[in-house]
Each structure stands twice: as structure tokens, then as C-alpha cells.
Design a protein around this ligand. Structure first.
Ligand code: UDX
Length: 432
């Protein structure tokens, strides 16, 4: 099929590459000329495991091209995939500016039938609005709209696109939904079909549920901590119940990234705009904000004060295997301890520099000289395999605060370091 993808971010680029690898003729459009030039040279503009190799392959096959020329892009596709960003605004609602521009462009290039597939996460009612907007500007017979939300995760974007748990398609035309299913015929996941708005709600409810699950386990971790109970035992114990499930029950510094915080705010905004006052959803966000504070307080308690303390921080990205620092809990933590007078030296395996001006030091050990404490903020696997003897010799203080509950407590302690976490008591400690 001839496909045009609008937006070369995580969703747009991954989808373009995967579709092009499965024989579709894909043009990917982005307004960012620097990004397009990089992609034309064969460079993936962000860190995403496996994507570079796939891009190399499809460029060689000649099934994927990039352009910033809207005319070329919009004439090409019989399927137009909208994968533009919908960043949050101060009031919590998403900024639909890029989507609106795409719609204007589509309406100006509707010379033959096009199926418009919305992958961008958009508030309930947006796809219906897209349909009515286009109907005002173009012949209704020339387009269909299908809401096909994307569930891929950064760091595993390729695997998630090739082997998703489920596919969701909302639309008013059975033929259009069938076309989208045909486009993704290489995917073996079950399809859930619903209305345009139903598909939008599935996406929001999924992400908000995940956010709530993380906040739930973080709240439980704080209670476990007070009772000297290991929260991992509790997560395993409750996760064995199929009604609960074991995934997304890892306590820590909280959730970040470009999706969970944004989608939670957007759904609260969408609810309020209909006169509904949600209680559980804002609470999930409040708990998430409070976990960073709890870790800051713990560090302050351990050191007496943060003023003029030298803190080594491992990890800047919002989670491992990505260079994305949007809404990264690691950065919130760093900002808070800096406000309390701490001096921070940080290292991340892929992030070079953050928009806040934090520069990643060349290796994990280079941040340790004279450090009063080491904080693990993002659980990159390289940190789990650290040489703890070396860490111990380099640091001035002995405190290690594991904000992701992932380090081997025995190995850390054996090196003469004081291991700390929230809700990670060992059974022996409980017995004491
Ligand atoms: C999320 C959704 O998972 C995905 O389906 C959607 O398409 C986009 O949003 P992503 O933002 O890439 O994906 O990251 P995800 O793996 O979901 O993690 C989100 C945050 O939750 C990270 O900060 C992670 O560290 C945190 N997290 C996750 C926990 O704190 N505990 C957990 O148990 C799981």
C-alpha cells in the first residue's frame, strides 16, 4: 500500500520503518528539516534499540523515503498516518496544533480517496472532530477516518510494533477499518474494533491505568517501609492474582516520559470539560509527585543536610534504553536536591546533556570522586553490574540510595557501602 506518515518521532518513524520493511511504499513527512536531513543520510535522530539497523535495511530496499515537502507527501499516500506530537499545555490539555496543521494540509490534497489513520494520542472526540472538519472542506466520499492508537513503549518500540498485545481500531466505515487491518496484516495480535471515540478512550484509559498502578505500588512501598516489609514480596504476592497481574508493580522514583504524565493530565482535563470531577486520577498524579519528595527527604535524613554535599547520580533518562529525558523523575530529583544546596555530578549511558544543562560525565565512576552519596535514579543494566569495590574506594561517603530497587543489596553491602531504598527490607532485617 502507499503510505504517508506525518511525524518522524518514536511512533511515526518506527511505524514507517516497520511498514516499509513489510513491503509498503512509505513516505515519512516531518517539518523539522534537520531531522529529515539526518534521516535521509540514514541517521536515527534519537536512541531506540534496533531502529538504526532497520532504517539501514529499508533505505537499502528503497521502500522508505523522507521529505519535508508536504505536497509530495500528501499526494503519495492512500493511507495517511497521523503520528504528530500532542504535547501538554499548562492547563493539562494537549496541544493539537500539529494535528490541525496536518488536517489543513490533508484537506488541500484530497484529490483521490485517502484513509486517515490517527496514531497520535488525542482527547476523546478528536477523531469525530477530524471527520467533521474534513467534511466541511472536502468531498465526504474522498476520505475515511480511523482511530488506531499506538501502544509502543520507548526502548522496545520495534518489538512492540511487531508483536503488540492488541491492536485497536475505531471508525465508522467497516471498509476503512479493514484497510487498516490489511496494512498491519503481518501483526498476529487480536484486533479490537470500536467507535472513533472508543479507541481514543482505550488509549487514555490504558496509560492512566498504568500510571495508577505505579502510584499504587509506590504508596504500598511507603507503607511497607514503615513496617519493615519487602515490597517486592508484596508485589509478587499480589501480582500472582490474574486479576491484578505482575507487570508495572515496580516501585521507585515514579513514572515519567512523554506519555503517562501527559495522558493523565489530558484525561482529567477531558473529564472536567464534561462536568465530571475525577478523584482517583488526580490522586495517581499526586502520589507520583510525592515519591520524588520522599526520596529527597530520605537522602537528606541520611546525610543530615544536603547543603554542600556532593551527590553522584546514575541515570538521567526517564527509564532505561532511551535517551528521552521528558518528565524524567531523575531530573526532578536532581533539581530538588540542587535547590537544597547539593552539588550534583551525573552520568547516563546515552543522554549527553539535558535541556536543564546537566551534562553527563563520561563514565559511571567519574562522578564518584569525593561523593558523599551515590543515587541510582534510572535502572540502566550497566549500573546493576557496577564494580562496587571500586565505587566504595572512590567515594568519600558510603551511602548508596537505590531509587529503583534494583541493585544487589548483598554485593553493595559486601563492598562496605550502606545500601538504602524505600520498602526494600530483607527478611533478616525484619527479624532483628
Ligand atoms: C507508555 C506506555 O507503556 C505505552 O503503552 C504508550 O504507548 C506510551 O506510554 P513509555 O512512556 O515508553 O510507554 O514507558 P513505560 O515503559 O510505560 O514506562 C513509563 C514510566 O513508568 C517510566 O518512567 C518507568 O520507569 C515507570 N515505571 C514503569 C515504574 O516506575 N514502575 C513500573 O513498574 C513500570
Amino acid at each position: 500500500m502507499k503510505v504517508t506518515t506525518i511525524g518522524a518521532g518514536y511512533v511515526g518513524l518506527t511505524t514507517s520503518c516497520v511498514l516499509a520493511d513489510h513491503g509498503h511504499k512509505v513516505i515519512c513527512l516531518d517539518v523539522d528539516q534537520v531531522k529529515i536531513s539526518k534521516l535521509e543520510r540514514g541517521e536515527v535522530p534519537f536512541f531506540e534499540p534496533g531502529l538504526q539497523e532497520l532504517l539501514d535495511r529499508v533505505l537499502k530496499k528503497g521502500t522508505l523515503t523522507f521529505t519535508d515537502d508536504r505536497k509530495t507527501a500528501y499526494y503519495h499516500g492512500e493511507i495517511i498516518i497521523i503520528a504528530v506530537g500532542t504535547p501538554p499545555q499548562i492547563d493539562g490539555s494537549p496541544d493539537l496544533r500539529f494535528l490541525k496543521t496536518a488536517l489543513t494540509d490533508i484537506s488541500e490534497h484530497l484529490s483521490s480517496h485517502k484513509t486517515i489513520v490517527t496514531k497520535s494520542t488525542v482527547p476523546p472526540g478528536t477523531n469525530k472532530w477530524i471527520e467533521s472538519e474534513l467534511a466541511q472542506k472536502a468531498d465526504r466520499k474522498l476520505f475515511d477516518v480511523v482511530s488506531n492508537p499506538e501502544f509502543l513503549k520507548e526502548g522496545t518500540a520495534l518489538e512492540d510494533t511487531l508483536n503488540p498485545d492488541r491492536m485497536v481500531a475505531g471508525g465508522n466505515s467497516a471498509e476503512a477499518v479493514a484497510r487498516v487491518k490489511e496494512l498491519f496484516s503481518f501483526v498476529s495480535a487480536p484486533w479490537f474494533t470500536t467507535s472513533l471515540t472508543g479507541a481514543e478512550m482505550i488509549k487514555y484509559a490504558s496509560n492512566v491505568f498504568l500510571a495508577a498502578k505505579i502510584s499504587f505500588i509506590n504508596e504500598i512501598a511507603a507503607i511497607c517501609d514503615a513496617y519493615h516489609v519487602n515490597v517486592e514480596d508484596v508485589a509478587r504476592g499480589i501480582g500472582a492474582d490474574p486479576r491484578i497481574g505482575p507487570a508495572f508493580l515496580r516501585p521507585g522514583l515514579g513514572y515519567g516520559g512523554s506519555c503517562l504524565p501527559k495522558d493523565l493530565s489530558a484525561l482529567i482535563y477531558a473529564a472536567k470539560s464534561k462536568g465530571i470531577n475525577p478523584k482517583l486520577l488526580p490522586a495517581a498524579g499526586e502520589v507520583n509527585d510525592s515519591v520524588t519528595k520522599s526520596y529527597v527527604q530520605r537522602l537528606e535524613l541520611l546525610l543530615g543536610t544536603l547543603r554542600q554535599k556532593r551527590i553522584a547520580v546514575w541515570g538521567l533518562s526517564f527509564k532505561p534504553d532511551t535517551d528521552d529525558t521528558r518528565y524524567s523523575p531523575a531530573l526532578t530529583f536532581i533539581r530538588k536536591i540542587q535547590e537544597k544546596g547539593a552539588e550534583v555530578l551525573a552520568h547516563d549511558p546515552v543522554v549527553k546533556e539535558t535541556s536543564e544543562g546537566i551534562i553527563s560525565q563520561p563514565d559511571p565512576y567519574s562522578v564518584l570522586t569525593d561523593a558523599d552519596a551515590l543515587v541510582l535514579a534510572t535502572e540502566w543494566s550497566v549500573f546493576k553490574q557496577a564494580d562496587w569495590g571500586r565505587v566504595s574506594r572512590m567515594m568519600k561517603g558510603k551511602i548508596v540510595l537505590d531509587c529503583r530497587n534494583v541493585l544487589n543489596t548483598g554485593e553493595v553491602a559486601a563492598a562496605g557501602l550502606d545500601y538504602h531504598a524505600i520498602g526494600r527490607y530483607q527478611r533478616e532485617q525484619e527479624a532483628q
